[in-house]
Design a protein around this ligand. Structure first.
Ligand code: PHE
Length: 338
C-alpha cells in the first residue's frame, strides 16, 4: 500500500486530484484509517507494533502530500504569472494631448508670411483707451463712424478694443519711420452673434510707414499675402470703402473657388493709405510726451483682416460661432501640431 500511495501522491497533477488521493488513504473511510480500525482485534503486543507501523506510514504520507501540494501550488502560480504577463512592447493606450487652435494656426501662418516680407510682429493691450481706439484714429466722440464699432465700455471709462488699429497709434508714438509691423490679437464688438458675427474675434493689423509708400505697395502686399495663403492663382479684388483713419480706403476680397458650391468673393478686411489726420494726432501725442514730431510728410498704408474669415474660407467652416464653442469635434478636426 505504501508504494501505491506514494506513487498516487507523486502522480497527482492538480490540487483536486491530490485531495482525492488524500481522502482515499487518510479520509474517514480511507484505506489507512480502516486499517487503524482493525487494531482492536489484535493482541496488545501486535497492536502496539502494528499501530506504530501504521502511524509512521500515516506521517510519511502526510509529509509527501504536503510536499506535493507545495509543488502543485508553485506550478499553478508560475502558470498564472506566465498567462498574465504584461507585454511591455505593446503600444500604450493613447494619451490625449492638445493641439493648436485653428485660429492660432492661421495667425501663425500670417505672422510667418509677413516676417518673410520684413515685418515685425508686435502686440497691444485688449483693454484700450478711448483716445487710441477712436480719437487719434480720426474718429472723434460725436463722429457717426463710431457706430461702425459697437463698443464694450468698462466702468473706468476704458473699453475693450474694437479693432487692432489703436496699435498703429501706440507703435508710432514709440517708434519713428520707416516701420513695418503686423499686430495679431483679439478684438471685441458689442453685437448680436450670428453665423458671421461674434462678440470676440481676431484681427491682424498691418502698418507700413516711410517715404513714398503708395497704394501700389499696399495692393502688392495684400496680393502677395493672398497668394501665400491660398496658392499662386489666388485672385484679389479691391473696392473703395470708408474708414476714418485711411484715405483713400478700400475693402479687399479673395476669390473663393468653392469645390462644393457656388464660388464667390469673400471679404477679408479693410485697408487704405494712412490718413494725414492720424499722423498729426500721433505727432501731437508725441509732442505732449516731449518727443520730436516725426510723421509730417510721411506716407504709409494700413490694413486689417480677420483670421476667422480666412479659416472659414480655407476650410469651408460655415459658422463663425464654431470657433469658440470648444466643441472637441471641431477643435480636433482643424487643429495643428503644437
Ligand atoms: N480697423 C478696421 C476694422 O476693424 C480695419 C482696417 C484696418 C481698415 C486698417 C483700414 C485700415 O474694420
Amino acid at each position: 500500500m505504501r508504494d501505491a500511495a506514494l506513487q498516487a501522491i507523486e502522480g497527482a497533477q492538480t490540487l483536486e486530484a491530490l485531495q482525492a488521493v488524500k481522502t482515499h488513504y487518510l479520509g474517514k473511510k480511507g484505506e489507512l484509517t480502516s486499517q487503524l480500525k482493525t487494531l482492536g482485534s489484535l493482541s496488545p503486543d501486535e497492536r502496539r507494533a502494528r499501530g506504530a507501523e501504521i502511524n509512521a506510514l500515516k506521517a510519511e504520507l502526510e509529509a509527501a502530500i504536503e510536499t506535493r501540494e507545495a509543488q502543485l501550488k508553485e506550478e499553478a502560480l508560475q502558470a498564472r504569472l506566465a498567462s498574465e504577463a504584461i507585454d511591455v512592447t505593446l503600444p500604450a493606450p493613447a494619451h490625449p494631448v492638445g493641439g493648436l487652435h485653428v485660429i492660432s494656426r492661421i495667425l501663425g501662418d500670417l505672422e510667418e508670411i509677413f516676417e518673410r516680407m520684413g515685418y515685425s510682429v508686435v502686440e497691444g493691450p485688449e483693454v484700450e483707451e478711448d483716445r487710441f481706439n477712436f480719437d487719434a484714429l480720426n474718429i472723434p466722440w460725436h463722429h457717426p463712424a463710431r457706430d461702425m464699432w459697437d463698443t464694450f465700455w468698462l466702468e473706468d471709462g476704458r473699453l475693450l478694443r474694437t479693432h487692432t488699429s489703436p496699435m498703429q497709434v501706440r507703435y508710432m508714438l514709440a517708434h519713428e519711420a520707416p516701420l513695418k509691423i503686423v499686430v495679431p490679437g483679439k478684438v471685441f464688438r458689442y453685437e448680436a452673434t450670428d453665423a458671421t458675427h461674434e462678440s470676440m474675434f481676431h484681427q491682424l493689423e498691418g502698418l507700413v510707414v516711410g517715404d513714398h509708400i503708395s497704394m501700389a505697395d499696399l495692393k502688392g502686399t495684400i496680393s502677395e499675402m493672398a497668394r501665400a495663403l491660398f496658392g499662386p492663382k489666388a485672385k484679389v479684388r479691391f473696392q473703395p470703402s470708408f474708414y476714418p483713419f485711411v484715405e483713400p480706403g478700400a475693402d479687399f476680397a479673395v476669390w473663393w473657388e468653392n469645390p462644393r458650391g457656388a464660388s464667390k468673393w469673400l471679404e477679408l478686411g479693410g485697408c487704405g493709405m494712412v490718413h494725414p489726420q492720424v499722423f498729426k494726432a500721433v505727432d501731437d501725442l508725441r509732442e505732449e510726451r516731449g518727443l520730436p514730431r516725426a510723421y509730417e510728410g510721411k506716407t504709409g498704408f494700413a490694413f486689417g483682416l480677420g483670421p476667422e474669415r480666412i479659416a472659414m474660407l480655407k476650410y469651408g467652416i460655415p459658422d463663425i460661432r464654431y470657433f469658440y464653442q470648444n466643441d472637441l469635434r471641431v477643435l480636433t478636426q482643424f487643429r495643428g501640431d503644437l
